[in-house]
Design a protein around this ligand. Structure first.
Ligand code: CAA
Length: 393
């Protein structure tokens, strides 16, 4: 077990074994198919299933609930390795692990854990998290979808349209946030566990995206979906709190994803700078390239450390109950802007080849952008960090 009381960043043997096993799996199974799935936009179900079989869809969940029983450092290392091979795979993995599993573990009843967490954490079923709506993104509390308790008090009848749902086209189980008492503002939002095979659950328009093209994203439409009251997660009115609490964990996953994309773009650049010659020498011999490499490497390692720091803060919070909101937002903000910076430099170092689909750097460039947007834009991360530091709400 890693010591979470001090500022140690030593990896245990178990962490190293996991990281190396995931790296080998990703090199063998994901790298060869990544470009093709990016091109077609097809969902890579086979490799996602294999990741489930390896325990990667429930890394931090207890073994009793279908998970691998590991810690947040292990989760960060694994997401980074998968993202380094292909960001799309890591998107599906991150949402499943830190938004869906974590919500169920933290707020679910024993019955909900058995019914929903076990299949999602074991990779048998795919989970999705649905907060955003066409007219409600960063200002998440302004949602228009509604759930109304029926006269018998047995079911909530849900109507409305959600958007930008990662894994929406393939998910079996969705953690859905919708308004039950609009007059109460964010205190009127409730979290529901909804099942895709029930009447009134409609998969809407698939989003045609710039990057992470193999991770399916769509709208979800609810038309008189009847959700049993037993499938409310937490208490009615607790939805916004649950959404925010699990986004703290989710943002660590996105930070880890950004580190993986950045590492892939950085390593490709070093290789290219050594091999590609111009004016009679490798381009890495020119100081303008060297400055890029130095800045890329420095920011990459800083992003990695901030991400591991957020993971340690989450692990510590298990004992102390303290929130790790600021650490998660700092990691996500810095790592995502680093991924964008490094991917941008990588394209520049590669020149024309960086702009070509014959090499993966143009994919890294497109994939990096989403990390500055989803699970809270960079603007929202800055707002969260500053509000917490200044003691404002
Ligand atoms: N943990 C626990 N509770 C929290 C919290 C946190 N991190 N952040 C806020 N809260 C609580 C507050 O304590 C407060 O509770 P009380 O009223 O009971 O005291 C309540 O939530 C409201 O807080 P605020 O007044 O700060 O709320 P706000 O309306 O000003 O908004 C916000 C805050 C930070 C801007 C928030 O709306 C936010 O994070 N927006 C971004 C949403 C987002 O990340 N969306 C992405 C969705 S997922 C996705 O990208 C797609 C996918 O599939 C992955």
């Amino acid at each position: 077990m890693i010591d979470t009381t001090g500022p140690t960043l030593e990896l245990t043997d178990e962490h190293i074994m996991l990281r190396d096993a995931v790296r080998e799996f990703a090199r063998r199974e994901i790298v060869p198919i990544a470009a093709e799935f990016d091109e077609t936009g097809e969902f890579p179900l086979d490799t996602i299933r294999k990741m489930g079989a390896m325990g990667l869809m429930g890394i931090e969940m207890p073994e009793d609930y279908g998970g691998a029983g590991m810690d947040t450092i292990a989760y960060v290392l694994a997401v980074t390795e998968i993202a380094k091979a292909d960001a799309s795979h890591s998107t599906v993995m991150s949402v499943n692990n830190s938004l869906v599993n974590y919500a169920l573990l933290r707020f679910g009843t024993e019955e909900q854990k058995q019914r929903f967490l076990v299949p999602v954490a074991s990779g048998e079923k795919i989970g999705a998290y649905s907060l955003t709506e066409p007219m409600s993104g960063s200002d998440a509390a302004t949602m228009r979808s509604r759930a109304v308790l029926n006269d018998a008090g047995t079911h909530y009848i849900i109507n409305g349209r959600k958007s930008w749902v990662t894994s929406g086209p393939v998910a079996d189980i969705v953690l859905l946030f919708t308004m039950t008492e609009p007059e109460k503002g964010h205190h009127g939002i409730t979290a529901f566990l909804v099942e895709a095979d029930q009447p009134g659950f409609i998969r809407g328009k698939k989003e045609p995206k710039l990057g992470i093209r193999a991770s399916a994203t769509s709208e979800l439409v609810f038309e008189d979906y009847a959700c049993p009251v037993e499938h409310v997660l937490g208490e009615p009115g607790m939805g916004f709190k649950i959404a925010m609490t699990v986004l703290d964990a989710g943002r660590i996953g996105i930070a880890a994803q950004a580190v993986g994309i950045a590492e892939a773009a950085y390593e490709a650049s070093v290789t290219y700078a050594r091999e590609r010659e111009a004016f009679g020498q490798p381009i890495g011999a020119f100081q303008m390239t060297q400055a890029k490499i130095a800045d890329m490497k420095t920011r990459l390692e800083a992003a990695r450390l901030l991400t591991l720091n957020a993971a340690l803060a989450k692990m510590r919070s298990k004992q102390t109950g303290a929130r790790y909101t600021t650490e998660a937002s700092m990691a996500k903000l810095f790592a995502s802007e680093t991924a964008m910076f490094i991917a941008h430099q990588a394209v520049q170092i590669h020149g024309g080849m960086g702009y070509s689909k014959e090499m993966p750097v143009e994919r890294y460039f497109r994939d990096a952008k989403i990390t500055e947007i989803y699970e809270g834009t960079s603007e929202i991360q800055r707002l969260v960090i500053a509000r917490n530091e200044l003691g404002l709400r």
